[in-house]
Design a protein around this ligand. Structure first.
Ligand code: SAM
Ligand code: SF4
Length: 329
């Protein structure tokens, strides 16, 4: 699949649920309304959609959410997608998780062919962890990371940088990741969905964080590229990779290789735009995968050139109306 700007789209992110067992302050409001179950695709429907994307050239898939590992029977989907790894039609299957269910699922994920996972963790302080996730249990996430590493999964830590919350902890987290053999990515909070707070109060420019870190750590340029919004360095002191996802201070759209599917079968061609294509209607209208393939091609033809994120203190509404938990980041 090639979009109108000549970019090859071979990476699909799939949000398998909008629900979550946490309520992270930058992601959700405390009282979220979730989708009625009837609107959510069955795992069989999601699998058929994923298979059609693979038929069309998708080589890499990431399962996300909401919290993907709270969806009932989600391991069935991993097993089906794992078969696509076995037969060489998929190169990589990954997952982004808050870590709360990893003690239960880490070994099964490995058995399905998953080799790398992202675990979100914004602080190493249990009280602050409870404050930012509202409902999360720190010890359980730590046990989950242990289980993942014991199962043989490479773990990357995703940390959202939040002003006046964790900026003073980033050094400690880099050191901790070094000791534990974990890569780490710092993420700038993006203005997605109403969270009951002013986004400008949370925003911390990672360009400033990076400059500050460079005074204490040797940040060596790395040519590691994912086609995504992260730029990477290697921290010489720890030997681990450190990524910076900076959608607001940098534009990363020229090399974008991905689209995002929600659990209702809606395809977002860009994380930072509201335009989307409904794939549930063609999915349910016909058992012919060709009908679905045509709908996907039509959607890719609408992939926009870039995102429209802006954080403006004087504008009350978020730049993108949906929450990150809809498309999974
Ligand atoms: N629940 C899983 C988790 O937390 O890893 C997967 C879904 S979560 C929406 C995916 C990633 O998006 C997490 O790393 C989370 O920290 C990040 N995220 C959520 N809301 C965000 C926002 N408004 N700006 C930037 N990153 C955000
Ligand atoms: Fe849940 Fe992940 Fe959003 Fe936190 S960031 S509320 S864990 S979906």
């Amino acid at each position: 699949m090639i979009d109108p700007f000549g970019r090859r789209v071979d990476y699909l992110r799939v949000s398998v649920t909008d629900r979550c067992d946490f309520r992270c302050a930058y992601c959700m409001s405390e009282d979220m309304t979730f989708l009625p179950k009837a609107e959510v695709l069955s795992l069989e429907e999601l699998e058929r959609l994923c298979r059609t994307f693979i038929d069309l050239g998708v080589r890499k898939m990431r399962i996300t959410g909401g919290e993907p590992l709270v969806r009932r029977n989600v391991m069935w989907l991993f097993e089906q997608l794992g078969r696509q790894l076995d037969n060489g039609r998929l190169d990589e299957l990954t997952v982004t998780t808050n870590g709360s269910q990893l003690t239960r699922h880490a070994a099964d994920l490995y058995a399905c062919g998953v080799r790398r996972i992202n675990v979100s963790l914004d602080t190493l302080n249990p009280d602050k962890f409870l404050a930012i996730t509202r409902w999360g249990k720190f010890d359980r996430v730590m046990a989950g990371i242990d289980a993942a590493q014991a199962a043989g999964l490479a773990v990357k830590i995703n940390t959202v940088a939040v002003r006046d919350f964790n900026e003073d902890e980033i050094d400690r987290m880099i050191a901790w990741c070094g000791e534990r053999g974990l890569d780490m990515t710092l993420i700038e909070a993006m203005p997605m969905g109403d969270i009951g707070l002013n986004r400008a109060d949370q925003h911390l420019a990672l360009s400033d964080v990076r400059q500050d870190l460079a005074q204490r750590w040797t940040l060596q340029p790395s040519d590691h590229k994912t086609g995504g919004p992260a730029s990477y360095v290697t921290v010489a002191e720890t030997g681990r990779r450190l990524g910076f996802i900076t959608p607001l201070s940098h534009n990363f759209c020229e090399s974008c290789n991905r689209v995002r599917l929600t659990c209702t079968g809606t395809l977002f061609m860009c994380l930072g735009q509201d335009d989307a294509a409904d794939l549930r209607t063609p999915l349910r209208a016909s058992s012919d995968d060709e009908v679905l393939a045509q709908a996907i091609h039509a959607a890719i033809a609408r992939k926009p050139k870039g995102h429209d994120f802006i954080i403006d203190r004087n504008v009350a509404n978020p730049a993108v109306a949906r929450h990150m938990s809809v498309t999974g980041g």
